[in-house]
Design a protein around this ligand. Sequence first.
Ligand SMILES: Nc1ncnc2c1ncn2[C@@H]1O[C@H](COP(=O)(O)OP(=O)(O)OP(=O)(O)O)[C@@H](O)[C@H]1O
Ligand SMILES: [Mg+2]
Length: 573
Amino acid sequence: MRLRTKLTLTIAAASVVPVVTAALVGREVVERRSRADFGTQLAESAAEVEAQYGGLQRELRRRLRRLTTDPDDDQFLGPILIGQAQGRQDDATYRRLLDTTPQVMKERGLEVLTVISPRGKILASGHFPGRQGERNLALLRWWRGRGAKAVLRKERVLLGRKPETLLTLQARRVARSTDLGSKVHVMVIGGVTVGPALLGRLRQRLGQETKIRIQDAKGRQLAGGSSWEQYRRFPSTTVTLSGASESERIKVTLAISDDPLRHQLMEINVAAGALVAFGLVLSLVLGLVVGRRISRPLQEMAAGAEAVAQGDLEQRLPVRSRDELGELVKAFNEMTADLKHSKEQLVAAERVAAWREIARRIAHEIKNPLFPIQTSIETLRKVHQKQHPDFEEIFDESTSTILEEVQRLKTIATEFSQFARMPKPQLAPCPLQEVLASVRTLYQTEAIPVELDLAADLPVVTGDREQLIQVFSNLVKNAREALGGVTSPQITLHARALDAQWVEVGVSDNGPGFSEEVMAKIFTPYFTTKGAAGGSGLGLAIVHRIIMDHSGRIEARSDGEEGASFLVLLPRA
Ligand SMILES: Nc1ncnc2c1ncn2[C@@H]1O[C@H](COP(=O)(O)OP(=O)(O)OP(=O)(O)O)[C@@H](O)[C@H]1O
Ligand SMILES: [Mg+2]
C-alpha cells in the first residue's frame, strides 16, 4: 500500500471513528434517559389512574348523597317514601315514576338509577324502566352486604329499544324519611358507565400525549383505544381496577408516544452521517495534500539514494520545507556531499599508496640489473689494470652483459612511463563490436584462434575506444601467454547486455587458470608469475585502472580445470 493511501486511510479512520463512537454513545445516553423518563411518566400516569378512579367513586357517592340527603322534600324520592309508608304504591305514582326517573337520572348526572324497597322490589329504574315492580334479590344482597364504597358492576341498560349490558360504577345509599318515621326507607343505587367517565377524567389530567384505552376483563373496548394499532409499539403500562367479581374488572392501558425519541435518534443518525461524510471528504483531501507533501520528498529521496548507490555523487535534492522532511533532505544532501568528499579522499589516499608501492617495485626492479652492471664494470677495471691476457674476451662478455641489463632498464623505464602517463579516458558512446573485432585481428593466430560471441542487439557502451582496446588486448595477451603448451587452445570473447544498466564482456581461455593465492593479488601492480624473462606484472593493473576510470567493474574467475575468465561490466551509453 502506498504511503499516501495509508495516510488517507489513517486520517479517515481518525475522523470517522470518534464521530461514530460519539453518535453511538449519544444515542445510548438519549435512549436510556428517555426510556427512564417514559418509565417514571408511565408510573405517574398509573398512579393518576388510581387517583381518578378514586375521584370518580367519590364523585358518584357525592351525587347520591345530594339526592338522598333530604328525601322527604325531594320531588322524586318524596312520593316513593310516602308510598312506602302507606305500604302500597298507587298507579298514578307508578306511571309518573316511569317517566320521571330517567329524567331525574339525567339531571343528577347518573346513567344508572334504581330505587329498591327493603324487600328487594324495584320501585323505580331510570336506565331500565321496564323493571319497575320486579323483585331483585341480587340488589337486596348487595344492600345487606358490607362496605359503602362504589364498585364495578355489570348492568343491563335499555338504550333505545335494545337492552345492553354495560360495566358501570355503582354506589348505594339509604334514603330514610324523617317526616314519616325512620322505619320508612328505600335504597337508592346510582351509577355511571365507568369507561367514558374514567376516560374523560383521565384525558383532562393526562393530556393528549398519553394514549388511553379502557377494556373490560375480556378485553372488550369500553372507552378510548381507537386506532390503538399504531400505539402498540409505544412504551405502555396497564392498570387493573377490580370490581364486584372477577369478570367485573377493567383494564386501563396507557401508552406514551416515543416518536420524539425516535426523531431525536434519527437526528443523531443524520448528523453523524453528515459528519462522517464530511470527515471522509476532508480526510480524502487532507490525505492527498499531506500525502503528496510527505511522499514527494521521500520519492525524490528514494530516487536520489538509488542514483547515489549507482555512483552519482553529484545528487542534490531540493529542500522544500522546514520541517523534519526538510531536515531529512538536508541531511541526505550533506551525506552525499560527505560521501563524495570521502570518496575523493579515499581515491587520493589509494593513489598515494599505489604510487608508493610502484616506487618500491621500481626501485627493486632497477636494483636487479644494476648489480650485474656494477660487477661487470668492476671486473673490466680489474682485468684492465692487470693487463689480463683474456681481456678482449672478458670485455666482450662484460659489455654485452652491461648492454643487456641497460636494455632491461630501458624496458622498465618505458613500461613504467607508459603506466604512469596513462591519461584520463575520453568517454564517448563506443560500439563494442568494433573494439572486440580489432582486438581479435591483433591477436588471432592460426595456432591460437580467438572466437567472437556477441549478442545480436549488443548496446553501445560509454567508454574510451583506445583504452578499451588496451584492456581487451591485455586480457587476450595474458590468455595467449597462459595457453602456451595447451593442446587445441581456444580464446573466447563474449559480450551481451546484462540489464538496463550494464553490458558484460568476458574473456575466457581453456588454459591452466590460476590459484586462489594468485587471484588475491592478480590486479596488484608488478604482480607476475612469469619470472624474470616474462612480464612486468603491470598488464592487469592497467586493465583494472582503466575499468575503474570507466566506472565499470572487473572480476577474475578460475576454477582450475576450466581455465581462466575475466568478466568486465561497462555502463551502457
Ligand atoms: N588468462 C590467464 N591464465 C592464467 N593466469 C593468468 C591469466 N591472466 C593473468 N594471469 C596471471 O596473472 C599475473 C598477472 O598478470 P599481468 O598481466 O598483470 O602481468 P604479466 O602478464 O605477468 O606481465 P605483463 O602483462 O606486464 O607483461 C600473471 O603473471 C599470471 O600469473
Ligand atoms: Mg600480462
